[in-house]
Design a protein around this ligand. Structure first.
Ligand SMILES: CC(C)C[C@H](NC(=O)CN)C(=O)O
Length: 477
C-alpha cells in the first residue's frame, strides 16, 4: 500500500474536522425508543443523507413505512439512507451497514457532562451515541472522503455502498423488509457486508465473528382500575406489582441459570476448538471487575466468563413501567405495571420458539398464583444471533489491516450484544459479513458517560482505509 503515508497524513490533518462532525451528529437527540424524539431521528437521517450527497454519492432516503405503537396509533419510521460510491464492475463492492439512532440519555441519569454536547476530556469524546454508532459510521464516511481527496494518486480501491438506519436500538423495525425488497436491486452486486457496531475486548484491536440475538418482552399485570393508597387498600387487594415481581423472579436463578423450560437445551454446545480460542485470549478478570465496579462476578475463570458473555443466553430485567421510581416516598399501589425484560439468545435458539417458551412458562407460573389480576406477555423484538466463519478471507483481510495499522494481531472475539439485521443480511443476500469494531472496551455503551476515544476514532478511520485496500485484493467471486 504505497500511498498509505499520504492517506494517514490526510486523516491526521483532518481530525479536528472529524471531531466537529461527530459533535454535530451527537447534538441530535436521535433516540429511537422515544416517539416524541422522532423528529430528531428524521433530522439525523437527513443529515446523514446530506453528508453523503455532498461527497458526490448516489444517495436515497428509503421510506420503510410506519411503526405501530402499543396504543394502536402509528408513527413514521425514520427513512433508511442508502448511498453508493463507485460502480466499477471490475472492483469488489462492499456494503457498510451502521445506525445513527441512539439509546436514551439524560444528564440526571448520572452523566458528568451533557450527553448531547460532545465533550473532549483527556482525549475521550463523551456523548450519547459517540461510540454506538455515530463515530464508527463517520469513520467509514471519512474513509471514502480520504480516498476521494487523494483520487489522483489512489482511487477508492472498491465500490462502497452504505445502508444507514435509524431504528437499530429498538430492533431495526422495518429494515428486514427493506433488505428483502432491495435484494435484487441495491444489494445485487454487493460482495461483502461490513459492520462496525461493536467494541474491542481490551486495548488490543479485535475482529468480531458472532453476536447474540435479543428477544425483548413486555409482561403486563393489570389489577384495580386506578392506583390506590397503600394504607387505605394495602392488605385487601392482590397487588399487580407483587404478582409481577413474583413471576419475574422465576425467570433466572441467583446463579444465572435460566429457569424457562427448553431454553438451555437449545444452546449449541461449546466445542473444544472454541474452548481453546477463549483460553488463548488475553483477558484480565480483575480489571474487568474494576472497570464495572463489582466485587464478584458469576464466574471466576476466563473461559466461563467469556462464554457466558458471548455464547450462552441470559435474561435481563430492564425496568418496570408504571412503577413508582421518582425520588421520595409515594405510598402508592400501582394499578398496572409492565416489566421489560430480554433474553440474549444464541445459536441454535429461535426467537419464535423462545416467544412460545416464555409466554407459556409465565402464564403457567402466573396461573399458580391464582391471582385475579390479568397478565399479558408480548415479544416486541425478536432479533436472531449471528455467527461467522473466522477462516473466511474477510477475516484474513481484517488481520492484515489490523497488523498494518496497529502492528499487532487482533483478538478474534464474539459480542454479547445484538445487531438485529446481521442474520437477515446474510440470509437474504447470501453474502458474508465481517464485524470490524473500532469502539474501545470501556466506551460505556447504553450507559452513563458513553465515549469514543479520539485515538480509536482516528486510528479506526485508518484501519478502515487499510481494510478496503485488503478487500480489493480478495479474489472476486
Ligand atoms: C435489539 C437491541 C436493542 C440492539 C442493541 N444493539 C446494540 O447495542 C448495538 N449497537 C443491543 O442492545 O444489543
Amino acid at each position: 500500500m504505497s500511498h498509505a503515508p499520504l492517506l494517514i497524513l490526510y486523516v491526521d490533518s483532518h481530525q479536528e474536522e472529524y471531531v466537529q462532525t461527530l459533535r454535530d451528529w451527537v447534538a441530535v437527540e436521535s433516540d429511537s425508543s422515544d416517539v416524541l424524539k422522532r423528529p430528531d431521528c428524521h433530522r439525523m437521517m437527513d443529515m446523514t443523507a446530506e453528508k453523503l450527497r455532498a461527497m458526490g454519492g448516489k444517495v436515497e432516503l428509503v421510506d420503510i413505512g410506519v411503526q405501530e405503537l402499543p396504543n394502536g396509533q402509528t408513527v413514521d419510521l425514520p427513512k433508511v439512507v442508502t448511498a453508493q460510491f463507485g460502480s466499477d464492475p471490475s472492483k469488489q463492492t462492499v456494503c457498510v451497514y451502521g445506525h445513527v439512532d441512539v439509546q436514551p440519555a439524560k444528564l440526571e441519569d448520572g452523566w458528568a457532562t451533557d450527553p448531547y454536547n460532545l465533550t473532549d476530556i483527556d482525549g475521550n469524546l463523551y456523548g450519547r451515541g459517540a461510540s454506538d454508532n455515530k463515530a464508527p459510521v463517520l469513520a467509514w464516511i471519512h474513509t471514502v472522503e480520504a480516498y476521494q481527496a487523494l483520487k489522483i494518486v489512489c482511487d477508492l480501491p472498491v465500490n462502497v455502498k452504505f445502508i444507514i438506519e435509524g431504528m437499530e436500538e429498538t430492533g431495526s423495525n422495518g429494515l428486514d423488509a427493506m433488505i428483502m425488497a432491495q435484494r435484487d436491486s441495491f444489494l445485487s452486486d454487493v460482495d461483502y457486508i461490513l459492520i462496525s457496531d461493536c467494541g474491542w475486548l481490551s486495548r488490543r484491536p479485535a475482529l468480531t465473528y458472532g453476536t447474540r440475538g435479543n428477544c425483548y418482552f413486555f409482561a403486563e399485570v393489570e389489577g384495580p382500575k386506578q392506583d390506590l393508597h397503600s394504607g387505605v387498600y394495602g392488605g385487601t387487594v392482590i397487588e399487580p406489582m407483587t404478582d409481577l415481581i413474583g413471576i419475574l423472579d422465576t425467570l433466572i436463578s441467583p446463579s444465572g441459570k435460566i429457569l424457562i423450560p427448553g431454553i438451555r437445551e437449545a444452546v449449541a454446545p461449546l466445542s473444544d476448538e472454541e474452548w481453546k480460542m477463549y483460553q488463548d485470549i488475553e483477558f484480565d478478570i480483575e480489571s474487568y471487575k474494576s472497570k464495572i465496579g463489582v466485587s464478584q462476578l458469576m464466574y471466576n475463570n476466563k473461559v466461563d466468563l467469556l462464554a457466558h458473555r458471548w455464547r450462552y443466553p441470559t435474561v435481563t430485567v430492564h425496568g418496570i413501567e408504571g412503577a413508582f421510581s421518582a425520588p421520595g416516598t409515594k405510598t402508592v399501589i400501582p394499578a398496572k405495571v409492565i416489566a421489560k425484560f430480554s433474553i440474549r439468545q444464541v445459536p441454535n435458539m429461535d426467537p419464535a420458539v423462545v416467544k412460545k417458551q416464555v409466554t407459556d412458562y409465565l402464564n403457567s407460573v402466573f396461573a399458580k398464583r391464582k391471582s385475579p389480576n390479568k397478565l399479558k406477555v408480548t415479544m416486541v423484538i425478536g432479533a436472531k444471533p449471528w455467527l461467522a466463519d473466522t477462516k473466511h478471507p474477510l477475516y484474513e483481510a481484517g488481520k492484515a489491516a489490523v497488523k498494518r495499522v496497529f502492528n499487532v494481531e487482533p483478538d478474534l472475539i464474539r459480542e454479547g450484544g445484538t445487531i438485529p439485521i446481521a442474520k437477515t443480511f446474510e440470509d437474504v443476500t447470501g453474502k458474508s459479513i465481517i464485524m470490524l469494531p473500532i469502539g474501545g472496551f470501556d466506551d460505556g455503551l447504553h450507559s452513563q458517560n458513553e465515549k469514543m476515544s479520539r485515538y480509536n476514532y482516528i486510528e479506526g478511520t485508518k484501519l478502515f482505509i487499510a481494510y478496503l485496500h485488503e478487500v480489493a485484493h480478495l479474489k472476486k467471486n
